[in-house]
Design a protein around this ligand. Structure first.
Ligand SMILES: *Cc1c(COP(=O)(O)O)cnc(C)c1O
Length: 422
């Protein structure tokens, strides 16, 4: 069975390699928990997006909340990507990594005035506005600083992405976007506000989507709106179809990005919208299978009902299993020729929800190192300091070279800025 992340992730003999680096050696050198990313895997995940859009006006904006390490951002900036940001903090990160602000789109339901001001000063490409109230505030802020804010309205197409409820965002009951029925009215308002200029339209229906159907349904709904909005005399330059393409964690078979884009562009052309710039905002699909989390088995705890393998990584390092009951494969960094037993792989945090994998067949002894696969997206970027645990170090491999791209957080850094009472 091939590993998610192959061909960049593979066993050579009994030893697991990411590109040309032994993961066991990296764990020995840098300690655990340790995130390791493959630059080649990221670029290989971007390539089908670029192929799919070749010859068309387009922009791929990496949704950086998936993994916002500066070296990851730098990799995508150099490859020509823009960025989808959701906070002022992400804007600063993108700029620090060398992003071109004119390729940055600013999404999110709760932008503050300060964040709007900073993004206007930086000169971002577009604000993806998520409510009518936000339109009013953005216009005010823009007028006050003598600028015009380019806007796109995030419309909620009310389609079911068939994904986990926490990562489904395009249904009526979600907090995201402007309802389809109100969109035309909101565009009319945007067109008359003095601080705004209408640039495009966008949607984002969810994450870990594994079939093209929901995208095509959303596209049709959005194109219906585009036609109604332009009939009202408001010109839209770009169509931003959001992110959301899934990856293989176990046996999912998501469409390839170029095949998906081919279907979307065919629909766009068939409906006479081929002249528009098309944008996408992929996050998970660019980085998810480019990273692993390395952890050391601290203790084996055999039990009557269950065997536990207690490891040094925990839910603060990797939230996805605790938060979404996500399944992520766990493989040894060095395979043993011994019979496997079934373990729940759990961390040291004082919560029963602190597990990384359940009922996993592993041949493991204390001191062995394990790799949690598909940990490039929504993993380190969701890490916390719960239980006063410093966040993991991060390494990016490029061929046989391993670059430390984030240092492990030291305990004293965790309470810097706190004060004892006088
Ligand atoms: C999170 C997010 C994305 C990226 O989603 P993925 O599933 O990681 O591709 C894109 N656009 C917006 C607005 C988002 O919030």
């Amino acid at each position: 069975m091939t590993l998610p992340g192959s061909p960049f992730l593979s066993y050579r003999g009994q030893e697991l390699f990411l590109e040309d680096c032994s993961l066991n050696e990296l764990a020995a050198r840098h300690g655990t928990p340790l995130y390791v990313y493959s630059q080649a895997a990221m670029l290989a995940a971007l390539a089908p997006y670029q192929r799919g859009f070749a010859g068309r006006p387009h922009l791929v904006c990496y949704a950086m909340k998936a993994n916002s390490n500066l070296a990851v951002l730098q990799t995508f900036a150099r490859a020509g990507c823009g960025f989808d940001i959701v906070s002022g903090g992400e804007l600063e990160r993108a700029l620090a990594a060398g992003a071109d602000p004119r390729k940055v789109v600013f999404s999110g339901v709760g932008k503050t005035r300060a964040e709007m001001r900073r993004a206007l000063e930086a000169g971002v490409l577009c604000f993806n506005v998520e409510s009518e109230a936000e339109l009013e505030v953005l216009s005010e802020v823009a007028v006050a600083c003598g600028r015009v804010a380019p806007v796109s309205l995030r419309v909620n197409p009310d389609v079911d992405a068939n994904t986990h409820p926490y990562i489904s965002t395009g249904l009526k009951g979600n907090k995201f976007g402007i309802a389809h029925e109100r969109a035309l009215q909101a565009y009319r308002r945007a067109a008359e506000l003095p601080g705004l200029s209408v640039a495009g339209i966008d949607c984002h229906i969810g994450s870990q989507i594994t079939a093209p159907g929901p995208y095509l349904d959303a596209l049709d709904r959005v194109l219906d709106l585009v036609e109604a909005i332009e009939a009202a005399g408001i010109v839209l330059h770009h169509l931003d179809l959001g992110g959301g393409l899934g990856i293989q964690y176990t046996d999912e078979q998501p469409p390839a990005a170029d095949a998906l884009i081919g279907q979307l562009l065919a629909r766009i052309d068939a409906r006479g919208h081929g002249h528009r710039t098309v944008m996408m905002e992929p996050g998970r699909s660019l980085v998810g299978n480019a990273g692993v989390l390395l952890t050391e088995a601290l203790y084996l705890k055999p039990g009557e009902a269950k065997n536990f393998c207690v490891v040094d990584a925990a839910m603060n390092d990797l939230m996805r299993p605790a938060m979404y009951q996500a399944y992520m494969r766990i493989e040894p960094c060095l395979r043993r020729d011994e019979p496997a037993a079934s373990y729940d792989v759990v961390g040291p945090v004082c919560e029963s929800g602190d597990w990384l994998g359940r009922d996993r067949e592993l041949a493991v002894r204390a001191g062995d190192r394990l790799a949690v696969l598909s940990a490039g997206a929504y993993s380190m970027s969701m890490a916390s300091n719960y239980n006063t645990r410093g966040r993991a170090a991060e390494v990016m491999v490029v061929g046989a070279q391993a670059h430390l791209v984030r240092e492990r957080e030291a305990a004293t850094e965790l309470f810097r800025g706190e004060h004892l009472l006088a």
